[in-house]
Design a protein around this ligand. Structure first.
Ligand SMILES: NC(=O)c1ccc[n+]([C@@H]2O[C@H](COP(=O)([O-])OP(=O)(O)OC[C@H]3O[C@@H](n4cnc5c(N)ncnc54)[C@H](OP(=O)(O)O)[C@@H]3O)[C@@H](O)[C@H]2O)c1
Length: 262
């Protein structure tokens, strides 16, 4: 019998994944445990069953841990999972060892770091399973994440910090840059069309850059003495490459700091 897929937490990430899944399949085999009534109502419009709190079950479940890392530390000790259950954690930073130590009973624990683009079928998800994980369990987990984007396995759990800093948090960085560019377009005289212009710009650039060399593309569009070169050389002079790199490393370090039992 297939394990009931249960999201523990129905916030931003769970909603993005369910929106992506709903485009591919019915959500009849899913359940979401979410405290907030408004969030439950929104999720129910996707066709998924919701409940306000977890009730221990007797049949094996496939839990997707989708609460904030701090909330996970309170929730995990209360989860008594039936034998053969899977717990796939989305929580940034929390290692398999930490999760196993917090659970009152043994379960097959794995980790996934998706991103919000799951909602539109373009998530990037890093997956990690300890060596002892049965192949059929890995397949079950991979097929969930492959339904709304690209999912890849990591041999080293520590690489999940890098996935978190790059693509997990990545949509936030890009929305931030998009907003600065839209605000600048408004200063130059555009009004409500600014957002649509910037959106199309990112979409077009992303499509052009697929399979391309990013650095070569940047050089190719910067003719000597031209407008693009004027902007890019200013960014270089002001240290944007180092600033951006350091910012991403901040996220990386934050992910490492989240892995504690307290
Ligand atoms: N958002 C992202 O871009 C992203 C990307 C990759 C991974 N993640 C990971 O995904 C997890 C969820 O992130 P998120 O952004 O979706 O957070 P979120 O929007 O805060 O969603 C978590 C939800 O779970 C609810 N909740 C907390 N404890 C609960 C409990 N015991 N029972 C039922 N519901 C409970 C929260 O309610 P309250 O708000 O009322 O506490 C909230 O609605 C995090 O661990 C994060 O590291 C997030």
């Amino acid at each position: 019998m297939p394990r009931l897929k249960t999201f523990l937490g129905g916030g931003n990430m769970a909603k993005a994944m369910l929106e992506g899944l709903a485009k591919k399949e019915t959500l009849a085999g899913y359940l979401v445990i979410e405290k907030d009534e408004q969030k439950r109502k929104t999720l129910e419009t996707l066709g998924v069953e919701t409940r306000p709190e977890w009730q221990n079950k007797t049949e094996a479940v496939f839990c997707i841990l989708a609460v904030k890392p701090q909330d996970a530390k309170t929730l995990l000790p209360t989860l008594s999972l039936p034998p053969d259950s899977i717990l796939c954690s989305l929580a940034a930073g929390l290692s398999v060892a930490t999760i196993e130590a917090l659970l009152p009973k043994k379960a097959t624990v794995m980790r996934a770091m998706p991103n919000l683009a799951a909602a539109v079928g373009h998530a990037v998800t890093g997956l990690f399973a300890p060596l002892k994980t049965p192949a059929n369990v890995k397949e079950e987990v991979e097929s969930l994440f492959a339904a709304f984007g690209q999912a890849f396995w990591l041999a080293d759990e520590k690489m999940l910090h890098a996935v978190t800093a790059m693509t997990g948090s990545g949509p936030g960085y890009l929305f931030y840059v998009m907003d600065i560019m839209a605000q600048t377009a408004k200063k130059m005289g555009f009004t409500e069309e600014a957002n649509a212009m910037i959106h199309e710009l990112f979409l077009g650039a992303a499509l052009m850059a697929k399979n391309g060399n990013f650095s070569e593309l940047a050089t190719a569009v910067s003719s000597k003495g031209g407008t693009t070169e004027a902007a890019l050389s200013f960014l270089e002079e002001k240290g944007l490459p180092t600033l951006l790199e350091n910012a991403i490393f901040r996220a990386y370090e934050r992910s490492q700091a989240l892995d504690s039992l307290s």
